[in-house]
Design a protein around this ligand. Sequence first.
Ligand code: FMN
Length: 246
Amino acid sequence: MKTNSVIDLINSHRSIRAFTNESVTAEQINLIVEAGRWAPTSHHVQAYSIIVVKDKEKKEQLAELAGNQSYVESCPVFFVIVADYYRLKQASDLHNESIEIKEQEQIIVGAVDAALVAQNMLLAARSLDLGGVMIGGIRNDLKAVAELLELPEYTFPVMGLCIGYPAQNPDQKPRLPQEAVVHYDKYDQTNMKDALDRYDQIMKQYYLERTNGKRADLWTKQMASFLSTPKRPEVEQFLKQQGFLK
Ligand SMILES: Cc1cc2nc3c(=O)[nH]c(=O)nc-3n(C[C@H](O)[C@H](O)[C@H](O)COP(=O)(O)O)c2cc1C
């Protein structure tokens, strides 16, 4: 079946981590946030906010907080996409209703809403010949990020998004094959092992080519190592401080 420009844009995704000095205009930023605003949200709660960070010093601090990710500082514009029930609390107050946000469900809703907004924004940016990368590193120190951005209670940062004109042209990172991720009518494990073996070989080749033969990582090994330690256990405490969870 024939592809089209939207599918081509989506399927040519690559994260961009190096940017030229060319600035991103206010009009471009407006188009990007507008595309974010049109993302679907659960129950139309629109449980997100977008913080546009252009201030050099703030980007510098955020880069450090995100684990010294220099592109957070060097990108012309950095967005922080926040899960936001603060506005919903105000809506509830207007009608003298309590707000029940102590379940895990509200964390899922806020994070999903924010993620959909972020992906719309990235695609919109790419359609303008810009590029970028999402930054989960801002969850390394949620408390400090929240303080820096003066986030109110009932909010939490979900991810950052660096945007700018690409100064690199990386190869696309191969994805898991369809057999490993797509199932018809039921979860089908039949071909999983084969699919993972094949994917390991594809990724090994990808890393060998990118590192002039120095690195030959297997994806399964990378994942096994990544998932063998707890990740950001302090997130729970931060979420509680912000009024979520029990
Ligand atoms: C929610 C989210 C958080 C991410 N956080 C980071 C990050 O902190 N730093 C980074 O360099 N890349 C980050 N990435 C980019 C991923 O590493 C990247 O998407 C993945 O390796 C696949 O590469 P590709 O996007 O170039 O295809 C993040 C991606 C997502 C979706």
